[in-house]
Write a protein that binds this ligand. Structure first.
Ligand code: NAD
Length: 422
């Protein structure tokens, strides 16, 4: 069967994994991939669902559910973050795991893709509870992760400290090996520049894209949704590169100043208070309003599916940099593309994090540490090369940047699969 004729049209109620598959199918159709190979590349290698029983501080027993989906290892050990969020479920983790396969392939680092998560609101746990949850989860999955198998990293709701607990717990079973996890604190075998890498990468790529489009950052107003690891570092780098950041937001709401925000001031407030709540030097707006502001560029850097059927007609930005994973629903993606909006897709836009995670793993394996300049230069080199390839593919094939990125990634994974044989 020619899958070109079978490519589904996007509908409003797609689940996260159906959305990723739709992007995959579109690119696979352009590549003329046959259905049997598509089935192989769509299917996860392994999916684990585990119970995470944990004693709470007040003595109660809570049983949480954790997941690790290992999508593909044709190009190397699998790699992908761990998410702690109350919306985590198997379908979402499955979608994010396959995105990791395409992400590592598009930036051409020697990894496959995986993802994990626990369905929990980390803000509702004490630090001790969070640590117990993390250690229990690793007890359940330690056998299938490790430096040559599957290397977790931070994602939504997890951070460097949690990565240190994971290293410690994994090493209780397998012995010293800091390359078993990335995104660790710098003083615990982490890489300099890892924390800033995803947001910085968004900024580097936004800059490259504008250059190709013949525009200057100083001409552009930008709104950033999410002010955690990705959003705050994207804001910092973009502000330093002369973009005019007019709006930012986090779970507490949005903050807008038409003339441009005092980004160092916003960063200071967020560091001091742990959130943007109470920031008074800008107008308060909602997260929904932020997305439909009269701005040139949007950088959604919080959750998935925030630009969808319900608000796609109201989007005014001409450029979207997908800091978050899966922030644009396929229906909106199609409409925005037809309207000439240029979307830099997640598998490239937020690949800075996994790229520096790869540098961290390389350093750990060599017991050697790079300085920040080297990390930043290498990050720039990897992302620039990937961007140019995607840009060229999109122009040559007359497809969106997303389809072009998927096509490059699928081609690489297919080639590695064929070389390895079955
Ligand atoms: P984080 O937990 O550090 O920050 C998340 C931010 O989103 C916080 O500011 C939070 O307040 C905000 N937020 C949460 N719910 C919200 C809501 N309903 N509306 C608006 N804002 C909300 O997470 P992060 O690491 O910055 O990850 C953000 C996104 O980027 C996720 O989609 C993640 O998968 C993706 N991502 C992260 C990395 C990384 O290296 N951290 C790499 C690639 C992709």
């Amino acid at each position: 069967m020619n899958i070109a004729t079978a490519t589904p049209k996007p509908v409003a109620h797609l689940k996260p994994n159906e959305a990723v598959q739709l992007y995959f199918d579109r690119a696979a159709a352009n590549l003329g991939l046959d259905e049997s190979f598509c089935r192989l590349l769509r299917t996860a290698k392994r999916e684990l669902t585990v119970e995470v029983p944990v004693e709470m501080d007040d003595g109660r027993l809570e049983t949480l559910v954790g997941y690790r989906v290992q999508h593909n290892n044709a190009r190397g050990p699998m790699k992908g973050g761990l998410r702690y969020h109350y919306d985590v479920d198997l379908d979402e983790v499955r979608a994010l795991a396959s995105l990791m396969t395409w992400k590592t392939a598009v930036v051409n680092i020697p990894y496959g893709g995986a993802k994990g998560g626990i369905c929990v609101d980390p803000r509702a746990l004490s630090r001790k509870e969070l640590q117990r949850v993390t250690r229990k989860f690793i007890d359940q999955i330690h056998e299938v992760i490790g430096p040559d198998k599957d290397i977790p990293a931070p994602d939504l709701g997890t951070n460097a400290e949690i990565m240190s607990w994971i290293r410690n717990q994994w090493e209780k079973y397998h012995g010293f090996n800091p390359a078993c996890i990335t995104g660790k604190p710098v003083e615990d075998y982490g890489a300099k520049g890892r924390e800033e890498a995803t947001g910085r990468g968004c900024g580097i790529l936004a800059f490259k894209m504008l250059k190709r489009l013949g525009r200057k950052p100083s001409e552009l107003s930008v709104a950033i949704q999410g002010f955690g690891n990705v959003g705050s570092h994207a804001a910092k780098y973009m502000h330093e590169s002369e973009f005019k950041i007019v709006a930012v937001s986090d779970i507490s709401g949005g903050y807008y100043r038409k003339e441009g925000l005092d980004v160092p001031g916003v960063l200071h407030h967020s560091l001091k208070h742990g959130s943007l709540k109470g920031y008074t030097e800008a107008d308060s707006i909602s997260n929904e309003q932020l997305l439909t502001l009269e701005v040139d560029m949007l950088v959604p850097s919080a959750l998935g599916n925030v630009i969808h059927e319900g608000n796609m007609d109201a989007i005014k930005a001409k450029y979207i940099i997908e800091g978050a994973n899966n922030p644009v629903h396929p229906m909106a993606d199609e409409l925005l593309y037809e309207n000439g909006v240029v979307i830099l897709p997640d598998i490239l836009a937020n690949a800075g994090g996994v790229t520096v995670s790869y540098f961290e793993w390389v350093q750990n394996r060599q017991y050697y540490s790079w300085d920040l300049n080297r990390v930043r230069q290498q990050l720039d080199a990897v992302l620039s090369a990937a961007f140019e390839e995607v840009w060229q593919e999109a122009n040559e094939q007359n497809v969106s940047l997303r389809t072009a990125a998927f096509m490059i990634a699928i081609r690489r994974v297919k080639r590695a699969t064929e070389l390895g044989g079955f």
